[in-house]
Write a protein that binds this ligand. Structure first.
Ligand code: ADP
Length: 395
């Protein structure tokens, strides 16, 4: 008894050993995988050890009878169908069994062809149920994804609007702060204490303008993930740029960034500016995570088809419950004012738009490893050619 690639698994439960053995042999001859049990309790123990598709269950047995066993099987093994076997004059037991969830019942003496056909029907019902469950699961996943995509799209529009609105007053504050700094520097009439206090206050304003600018910049990148400018460029050059761009953060943190290029040049077609933004973000995250004296290794390499960027740090790693969430927009574990929670979600958007993947591996206590994989050739297909502007030449 085969269904596709699979042999149907049957458990024959009957206290009459001769009857059970004969039935088992005949079913095995027809291709079923058969197990045997002599009463209800033994059947349940066998099912706990290894599940089957169909149980052939005698109703009248010493110990736990068939109907009680049926109740337990339906509860504990919902993916197993039960066919009851009743004595000739006991069809009412069969009817009660169907009411209690049995697939069907057969009366002794059993006609083997009829039994095989019933087992096949019971197995087909199981397969149908499994397919329906998978379909329902798939549908619910798709619905969740759709909701998340729609939410992200409206979040993107909102983010861009807010960033734009905040940028204008920010530019004015920035301009007048510069003017004030200049004024204070040129004013000879104030006391050293007043000058020191003004310098300190203005310095704080400047620092926070820069922070606000970084946030609006990230919000705008979040909304602008479509504008890729595709060129051919050397990934090793990007890696060196990133080391330069993160030098000050590394110094402040008393940490080191090592840059390792697998080949002298790693050429690929992609968006160098957006990729640089992603790598800066991963390296900065690594630098923020490590202890003083910590190390972030930036390795670039790949194969003929793909380029790869690895950013590995020896910081505290990422808690398992956060691993799933770090790519969500606005997810951050950094103190208020220090993290926007946008870096990785923007990075994921960029890399996926460029046809690549961004992945993370981490265990608490052994640092984090971020891996970006990108195709070396430009993405084919009319829709990509339209959305991504292509330019040839070195950046
Ligand atoms: P932000 O840095 O503003 O918090 P990100 O999206 O860049 O936003 O990162 C989200 C979160 O991912 C961080 O708050 C942090 O919890 C976690 N994370 C990212 N990189 C690392 C890393 N290298 N080590 C430990 N945690 C990290």
């Amino acid at each position: 008894m085969w269904r596709g690639e699979r042999r149907i698994r049957v458990l024959v439960v009957d206290d009459e050993e001769g009857f059970r053995q004969t039935l088992a042999k005949r079913l095995e001859k027809r291709g079923a995988v058969v197990k045997q049990a002599c009463e209800g309790q033994a059947a349940l123990r066998s099912l706990d050890l290894e599940s089957v598709d169909v149980v052939l269950l005698d109703v009248k047995m010493p110990g736990m009878d068939g109907l009680s066993a049926l109740e337990r099987i339906r509860k504990q093994h919902p993916n197993t169908e039960v066919i009851l076997v009743t004595g000739q004059a006991c069809t009412q037991d069969g009817v009660a069994g169907i009411k209690a969830g049995a697939f069907d019942y057969l009366s002794k003496p059993i006609e083997i062809e009829q039994l095989i056909s019933k087992i096949r029907q019971a197995f087909d019902k199981l397969v149908r149920q499994q397919e329906q469950a998978q379909e329902a699961q798939f549908r619910s996943r798709m619905e969740q994804q759709l909701v998340a995509t729609e939410r992200l799209a409206s979040l993107g529009t909102l983010a861009a609007g807010v960033a734009h609105e905040v940028n204008n007053p920010l530019a004015i504050i920035n301009q007048f702060t510069g003017w004030l700094i200049d004024k204070v520097a040129k004013d000879d009439s104030m006391s050293p204490q007043t000058r020191a206090a003004l310098d300190m206050g203005l310095g704080k304003i400047e620092k926070n303008i820069q922070r606000a600018k970084r946030i609006t910049h990230q919000l705008l990148s979040f909304a602008r993930q479509n504008d890729a400018v595709i060129k051919e460029f050397d990934l090793c050059a990007i890696a060196s740029d990133v080391v330069e761009l993160t030098r000050k953060t590394a110094l402040d943190r008393n940490a080191t960034v090592n840059c390792i290029c697998a080949e002298p040049k790693i050429m690929l077609w992609s968006d160098p500016y957006q990729l640089r933004q992603v790598v800066v973000n991963m390296v900065s995250n690594g630098l923020q995570a490590v202890e003083p004296g910590g190390v972030v290794n930036l390795t670039v390499g790949g194969d003929k088809e793909h380029a790869e960027v690895l950013v590995k740090d020896d910081g505290p790693g990422i808690a398992p419950e956060n691993l799933e969430r770090i790519f969500e927009p606005f997810f951050t574990t950094k103190p208020p004012g220090q993290g926007t929670g946008l870096g990785l979600s923007v990075s994921k958007g960029i890399i996926e738009k460029l046809g690549g993947r961004i992945e993370v591996e981490s265990e608490l206590g052994s640092g984090a490893l971020f891996r970006v994989t990108l195709p070396r050739k430009p993405l084919a297909g009319p829709e990509k050619a339209d959305t991504n502007r292509m330019q040839r030449g070195e950046q």
